[in-house]
Design a protein around this ligand. Structure first.
Ligand code: F6P
Length: 366
C-alpha cells in the first residue's frame, strides 16, 4: 500500500494536531500507511527513530491539544544541499513516496526546493551508492501536498492558515483583560502581537478588540504619526473613554524602515503627554493553548483533502497547497503560492503597499 509521510515544520500552531489526526485516519480509510516524520525536516534529515508508523489509535486524544505531538523544528540544515540530500535518502529508505507538510512559509519554501531538486538528488544518491538503482526507479519523484500551519496568516492560496483563528481568540481575550485594568487606572496600554511581516493578526484583533490605534507592516504611517496618534487617543478620552489600547504588529515600521516598537510608541506618548503607557508583549501565549473550533474544523477537512491529493497524484502532478477559500476546501499549485507569497514581500520592500495588499487579497480589501 502507498506510504504517506506527514510532518509539522517551522513554528507550531494550534490545530496542527487536528491536521495530523485527520491525515492519519483519512490515509488509513483510503488504504494507505501513514508515517510520522518527527521534528519536521530535521527529523527527515536524522532518519532512524524519527520516522515512525502511526495507527488509528496513535492519534486519539490529540484533536483538542495545542502545539504538535509529532514535534517541529526550524531546520537550518534543511536549507543546505547536503541536508536536503540526507532527507531524500531517508524518505527513499523508508519507502515514502508521498508527503504532506504542515508548515509555514519557510517550511513550504524548503519543501518546494526539495521537490524541484528531487530527480538530481536521487541521481546523486545512486551514483554515490547511498541508494540502489531499484530504489531510485521506485521513487522517480515525490508527490507532495502542503498545508499552511502558522498563526501569521501570511500565505497566498488560503484564506486562513491553521492557528490564526486560535491566536486571534487568545489576543482578543488578552485585550479584554488588559482593558479592564487600563480602564480602572485610566491608562494607555501598548500591546505587541506576533505576525512576523504580516499585519493580519494585528488588524483583525484591533477590530475585534476595539483598539484605539494600530501599527501594521503593510501600512507604514506618514511622518508626524506620533502627533496624529496622540490626537486620536485624546478624542477617545474626550468622548469619555477611560482606557486607550494601541496594538502594534511586531513587524511594523515607518516609511524609512525604522521599526515602530512598543518602546518607541511609549516614548512618543511620554514626550507629548507625559503619560507613562504600559507595555504588554503577548509573545508565545498567542501560539499556545487549545485550538479553536474553526482551526480544528479547517485542519481536519484540509487534512482529508491533502491525503486525497497525494494518493491521486501521478508523475505529472504538481505539488498542491491545500487550504480554504470562502469556507470551501481549495487547492492551489504549491510552487505558484510560494512565489506569490514572496512577491508580497518584494512589494513591501519596494514600498508598494497597495500592490502588497491586493496580492494577498484577503482581509484588508473587500
Ligand atoms: O511564524 C510564527 C511566529 O510566531 C511569528 O509570528 C513570530 O515572529 C515567530 O514565529 C517567532 O518565532 P520563534 O517561535 O522561533 O521565536
Amino acid at each position: 500500500s502507498p506510504r504517506i509521510g506527514v510532518m509539522t515544520s517551522g513554528g507550531d500552531a494550534q490545530g496542527m494536531n487536528a491536521a495530523v489526526r485527520s491525515i492519519v485516519r483519512s490515509g488509513i480509510h483510503q488504504g494507505a500507511e501513514v508515517y510520522a516524520i518527527y521534528e519536521g525536516w530535521q527529523g527527515a534529515i536524522a532518519g532512524g527513530e524519527h520516522i515512525r508508523h502511526l495507527g488509528w489509535s496513535d492519534v486519539s486524544g490529540i484533536l483538542n491539544k495545542g502545539g504538535t505531538v509529532i514535534g517541529t523544528a526550524r531546520s537550518a540544515e534543511f536549507r543546505t544541499r547536503e541536508g536536503q540530500l540526507k532527507a531524500v535518502e531517508n524518505l527513499v529508505h523508508n519507502g515514502i513516496d508521498r508527503l504532506i507538510v504542515i508548515g509555514g512559509d519557510g517550511s513550504l519554501t524548503g519543501t518546494r526546493a526539495l521537490c524541484l531538486g528531487w530527480p538530481a538528488y536521487v541521481e546523486e544518491l545512486v551514483t554515490t551508492g547511498r541508494i540502489t538503482a531499484e530504489q531510485a526507479a521506485a521513487h522517480p519523484h515525490l508527490n507532495i501536498a502542503g498545508m499552511v500551519g502558522s498563526i501569521d496568516n501570511d500565505m497566498v492560496g488560503t484564506d486562513m492558515t491553521i492557528g490564526t483563528d486560535s491566536a486571534m481568540h487568545r489576543i482578543t481575550e488578552a485585550i479584554d483583560a488588559i482593558s479592564s485594568t487600563a480602564e480602572s487606572h485610566r491608562r494607555t496600554f501598548i500591546v505587541e502581537v506576533m505576525g512576523r511581516h504580516c499585519g493580519y493578526l494585528a488588524l483583525m484583533t484591533a477590530i475585534a478588540g476595539g483598539a484605539d490605534y494600530t501599527f501594521l507592516p503593510e501600512s507604514p504611517p506618514r511622518p508626524g504619526w506620533e502627533d496624529r496618534m496622540v490626537e486620536v487617543l485624546g478624542r477617545g478620552r474626550a468622548a469619555g473613554r477611560r482606557d486607550s489600547i494601541i496594538l502594534v504588529s511586531e513587524g511594523a515600521a515607518d516609511r524609512e524602515g525604522e521599526p515602530i516598537t512598543a518602546q518607541r510608541i511609549q516614548a512618543a506618548l511620554r514626550d507629548r503627554t507625559g503619560e507613562e503607557a504600559r507595555i504588554t508583549i503577548l509573545g508565545h501565549v498567542q501560539r499556545g493553548g487549545t485550538p479553536s473550533a474553526y482551526d480544528r474544523w479547517m485542519a481536519t477537512v484540509c487534512g482529508a483533502e491533502a491525503v486525497r491529493q497525494v494518493l491521486s497524484a501521478d508523475a505529472q502532478s504538481e505539488p498542491m497547497l491545500v487550504g480554504v477559500r470562502r469556507d470551501m476546501v481549495n487547492t492551489t499549485p504549491l510552487l505558484a503560492a510560494v512565489e506569490a507569497t514572496h512577491r508580497i514581500g518584494d512589494f513591501v520592500n519596494e514600498g508598494d503597499y497597495e500592490a502588497a495588499i491586493h496580492a494577498r487579497g484577503v482581509g484588508f480589501t473587500t
